[in-house]
Design a protein around this ligand. Structure first.
Ligand code: ADP
Length: 630
């Protein structure tokens, strides 16, 4: 039983190959985590770093709260099961399982108890006297699992344990490993390139590509709400169908014009989570739909108005016994054209053949849309932002007959035809001068998502906890002005992240020993003990020659007017060059000799100020290779 915490974990091989980039994850006790992704994406490297078989280049690994970066593999209380079993050929099954316990000098009786119990769990009791060569692949893998079980580890690490087995045995062993996880009540981390294994076994899945995490989520969420086109295409068989095209809104309806010539029309409410800027009929998007979202048109089936209709020409029919897979093209004139193929499942009795033109239905609910350039999903379960077409008039944000007074920092000359953009989290329900009507509510992992309408405008708000408002309610709302962007009048959110260049220095103390400081802008900032430890762990004494970048947010800085009491070398000194009043908070821009800092401060322009930075809240980057090291 163990929890794991991976923070800013990097692996760089030979000083150049970044195999794992900024891996962050909290794993709870008893989870079954699967790392999945194509070959070379960094899955095994991450697992081996957890096992202690590979050094962690930068970052922090904790098991049950304890930092274990420097622990030997044997001291981490984990057990690893490999693809190639790694059994000792000259030892019996019993001895293979007892081996690690003997090296721990456990009493004979205890060893016997543990080995026979594990053999019982795995159903290999009758093979205990055999040598590995007299076992089948599946039996050998059971012995390998048994060797891990007897040690009663806190964490099981499994690296592609089933890839040497044939398909049938693999499916059986999948179920067996899942059962084992339930029975042992232990944290499992499992590496595979096989998305079916990932989907069927993981409580949460980490999808990786090129050393970067693409998404961490439950199997259902990954399938239903992929964050990008890679995850959408990688998870699920048959693969999701993708079509490039553009999107246009006309009042209450939208239409996808696919490059292959097909047009899919649907009501706006089915696509209202897609940001309006993609609905211009010009920006390239990718429309994605899984096989369950496309079916042959059936005039007798109720479609509740939730399906759009189109035509396709059949190219291949695969009979699979209890179902058929139909490959068809949406491009009737040119069926072989790239990017026009759909795969759909049909009843095995369906009589269609190559060349037939069939009517198909396409879901208006479970479809996906991606930005064609970045590949990011633009129809997210929780939309990322709210966009409000507006005018700025007399210091107020005006839209749909409503107005919200703007704080001093955002007062601008009157501007018409602007657009206010803010993250969904910037809209808070319950109070304020503006109001909207609730038109939909959805339970999402982090609370409740409200869809609201104000005139012809659709807005989204996310609130923690249980449902507070119902469909039909009129709700007041306010905006977080620090998150508001209105480009046309030059309103941008304050940049609340600070960065200073410097290095680590040490000073000999009179009584012996050293004191360590970050030398930045002529000051000597005191690093926290944990940060210092991480820096030495990562770089050794080479840290003194490493150019560093210190990154910290505005909230980590406390600002005071300079006075005789607060002059000391651990502070930075500067002059307030501007104050922005956001109503509930004021931010000062402070000019230092070589830098600018933004921090909360309720004072005047031209004040001379002393800045204290919270050493615990500084992130340290190696400037040369752009890598977080503490
Ligand atoms: P996966 O398990 O996803 O197939 P790996 O973690 O084995 O991927 O490898 C990730 C990347 O690191 C690959 O580009 C691989 O070539 C590289 N790599 C792995 N091990 C080493 C090594 N010992 N030395 C140099 N590069 C390595």
């Amino acid at each position: 039983m163990a929890s794991l915490s991976l923070k800013h974990i990097f692996k760089v091989y030979d000083g150049t190959v970044k195999a794992v980039n900024d891996f962050n994850m909290e794993i709870e006790d008893n989870e079954f985590i699967v790392f999945v992704g194509p070959s070379g994406c960094g899955k095994s490297t991450t697992l081996r770093m957890i096992a202690g078989l590979e050094e962690i280049t930068a970052g922090e690994l904790r098991i049950d709260g304890e930092v274990v970066n420097d622990y030997e593999p044997k001291d981490r209380n984990i057990a690893m099961v490999f693809q190639n079993y790694a059994l000792y050929p000259h030892m019996s099954v019993y001895e293979n399982m007892a081996f690690s316990l003997r090296t721990m000098h456990l009493p004979q009786q205890e060893i016997h108890k543990k080995v026979t119990e594990a053999a019982e769990i795995l159903g290999i009791t009758q093979y205990l006297d055999r040598k590995p060569k007299a076992l089948s692949g599946g039996q050998r893998q059971r012995v390998a699992l048994g060797r891990a079980i007897v040690r009663n580890p806190k964490v099981f690490l499994l690296d592609e344990p089933l890839s040497n087995l044939d398909a049938k045995l693999r499916a059986a062993m999948r179920a067996e490993i899942s059962r084992l996880h339930k029975r042992l009540n232990t944290t499992f981390i499992y590496v595979t390139h096989d998305q079916v294994e990932a989907m069927t076994m993981g409580t949460r899945i980490v999808v990786m590509k090129d050393g970067f995490i693409q998404q961490i989520d439950t199997p259902t969420n990954l399938y239903d709400y992929p964050d990008n086109i890679f995850v959408a295409g990688f998870m699920g068989t048959p693969q999701m169908n993708f079509f490039e095209g553009t999107l246009t809104r006309r009042g209450d309806s939208v239409s996808f014009a696919l490059d292959c010539g097909t047009r899919i029309d649907m009501p706006y409410s089915a696509a209202d989570k897609i940001p309006a800027r993609y609905m211009d009929g010009a920006t390239k998007v990718v429309f994605g739909v899984r096989h369950g979202g496309i079916r042959l048109y059936d005039s007798t089936a109720a479609d509740n108005g939730e399906w759009s209709h189109s035509k396709a020409v059949v190219s291949v029919v695969e009979m699979l016994g209890d179902e058929s897979l139909i490959y068809a093209s949406l491009d009737l004139d040119n069926p072989d054209s790239e990017g026009s193929t759909v795969i759909l499942k049909a009843h095995p009795d369906t009589r269609v053949a190559r060349g037939d033109v069939v009517d198909i239905s396409i879901t208006q609910k479970k479809f996906h849309v991606f930005d064609a350039e970045s590949g990011h999903s633009i129809k997210r379960r929780i939309p990322e932002e709210n966009v409000i077409p507006c005018d700025v008039k007399g210091g107020k944000l005006c839209f749909e007959g409503q107005s919200i007074p703007l704080p001093t920092a955002l007062v601008r000359p009157d501007t018409e035809g602007a657009e206010a953009v803010m993250p969904t989290s910037a809209l808070t329900l319950g109070d304020g001068t503006a109001s909207a009507k609730v038109t939909r509510t959805e339970d999402v992992d982090i609370g409740t998502l409200y869809t609201l309408t104000a005139g012809s405008l659709t807005l989204f708000a996310i609130e923690d906890g249980k449902l507070k408002y119902s469909v039909g309610d009129t709700v007041k709302f306010t905006l977080d002005f620090c998150k508001l962007k209105i480009e046309k009048c030059g309103i941008t959110p304050p940049h609340l992240s600070n960065s200073l260049s410097g290095g680590l220095i040490r000073e000999k103390q009179r009584g012996g020993g050293y004191k360590f400081f970050f030398s930045v802008c002529g000051a000597k900032l005191i690093p926290s003990k944990t940060i210092l430890e991480k820096l030495f762990m990562c770089k050794g004494t080479g840290i003194f020659r490493t150019p560093l970048e210190l990154v910290f947010d505005a909230g980590a800085v406390s600002v005071e007017k300079v006075s005789e009491q607060n002059i000391d070398s651990t502070k930075l000194f500067g002059t307030v060059s501007g104050i922005a009043d956001y109503g509930y908070i004021k931010y000062a821009e402070i000019t230092l000799d070589e830098a600018r800092i933004i921090a909360p401060y309720d004072g005047q322009v031209s004040d001379r100020v002393a800045l204290q930075i919270d050493g615990e809240r500084i992130t340290v980057k190696d400037k040369k290779i752009d890598m977080i090291i503490a």
